[in-house]
Write a protein that binds this ligand. Structure first.
Ligand code: ADP
Length: 346
């Protein structure tokens, strides 16, 4: 079955085409259309460009959707009801769900004869216990606004957890894994017996680890304090924490780990950014090992996790028990989306 996977952002669409059959999984094509809104007028035009480039006859389409809220526990065949539900969660993912919705609408028209499937970043975390996903704020706010931990990057964590089990030659159901997706966005997940039991990202992707430009965990009281002192509105505070913090904010040098590593011996603040980044991950490894009653392997993925063995070593030193394995595994969210699409349709 030839499957087109679409990953839509507000100004770009990434795509991959896979052939999935009994004989295996093969990548046939991949690419990216950028500058939507500038050179390319809209998502419909971007899709037309993609469909012209692809020579394979597409039999199904898999869409990456960031936020499935608490409604979608797994990937689903898209119909009008599913589209409406994704729309309902747009308020919780204003940067991510609207472009995915645009692409879904246009591709359902352009490829109307084939099934379309939605694969959610949040779905992997729907198995977390209430005690993991509830915040200690008045319960009524959870009931009223669904304020809870949702978790993100789930497709990547699910993919590398599966790969790790194969590398370890064990069943995923018999393993305690800590998966670390360290890219521009960074998150960690505790995976016990194949199920996510906790994750570092929260109500939005802002919580948890130090990221390229996101702060990760901070004392919530800092936010109104800064707003008052700097005469800042809500939009300004959100931008500060999402776009001007993290590695960039601390170092003043870059959001890119390669630059931080280059500068860290010469530039005190770059060194600090590095140390805070590493320390936060160590703390989460300790917390998740404790939570699961041990850990069989710590798995690293994403641009940093796949390409920075020295940094991975530094993170693991003194916190990963010597009998646990440390693995670096290249993620492939699009392949996971293609697999889900295949499994739903077959
Ligand atoms: P995104 O989260 O946007 O998909 P990536 O997964 O590519 O981004 O991660 C970006 C981070 O990974 C940057 O901090 C960058 O320094 C690091 N990175 C990416 N590629 C490499 C590489 N080849 N060697 C070292 N670091 C890399």
């Amino acid at each position: 079955m030839k499957i087109l996977v679409l990953n839509s952002g507000s100004s770009s669409i990434k795509y991959k085409v896979f052939n999935i059959s009994k004989d295996g999984e093969r990548l046939l094509d991949k690419g990216l259309v950028e500058r939507i809104g500038e050179k390319v007028p809209g998502h419909k035009d971007a899709l037309e460009i993609i469909l012209k480039k692809i020579s394979a006859k597409i039999e199904a389409v898999g869409h990456r959707v960031v936020h499935g809220g608490d409604r979608f526990k797994e990937s689903v065949l898209i119909d009008d009801k599913v589209v409406k539900a994704i729309k309902d969660f747009s308020e919780l993912a204003p940067l991510h769900n609207p472009p995915a919705l645009l692409t879904i609408a246009e591709s359902r028209k352009l490829l109307s004869g084939v099934p379309h499937v939605a694969v959610f970043d949040t779905a992997f975390y729907q198995t977390m216990p209430e005690a993991a996903y509830l915040y200690a704020i008045p319960y009524e706010l959870y009931e009223k606004y669904r304020i809870r931990k949702y978790g993100f990057h789930g497709t990547s964590h699910r993919y590398v957890a599966g790969r790790a089990a194969r590398v370890l030659k064990k069943s995923l159901e018999a393993l305690k894994l800590i998966t670390c997706h360290l890219g521009n966005g960074c998150s960690m997940t505790a995976v016990k017996n194949g199920k996510a039991v906790d994750t570092s990202m929260g109500f939005t992707p802002l919580e948890g680890l130090v990221m390229g430009t996101r702060s990760g965990d901070i004392d919530a009281a800092i936010v109104p304090y800064i707003m008052q002192k700097e005469n800042m509105d809500v939009g300004g505070a959100i931008e500060l924490l999402n776009k001007k913090s993290g590695l960039l904010g601390v170092s003043g040098v870059s959001n890119d780990m390669r630059e931080i590593i280059k500068e860290r011996k010469k530039n005190r603040r770059a060194g600090l950014a590095f140390d805070i980044f590493v320390r936060r991950i160590k703390k989460y490894i300790g917390a998740y090992s404790g939570l699961m009653g041990g850990v069989d392997a710590v798995v690293f993925t994403g641009g940093i996790g796949e390409n920075q063995p020295g940094l991975v070593k530094e993170i693991c030193r003194g916190v990963v028990p010597s009998r646990a394995r440390v693995l670096s595994i290249a993620t492939d969210e699009e392949l996971m989306i293609a697999r889900d699409t295949h499994d739903i349709i077959i």
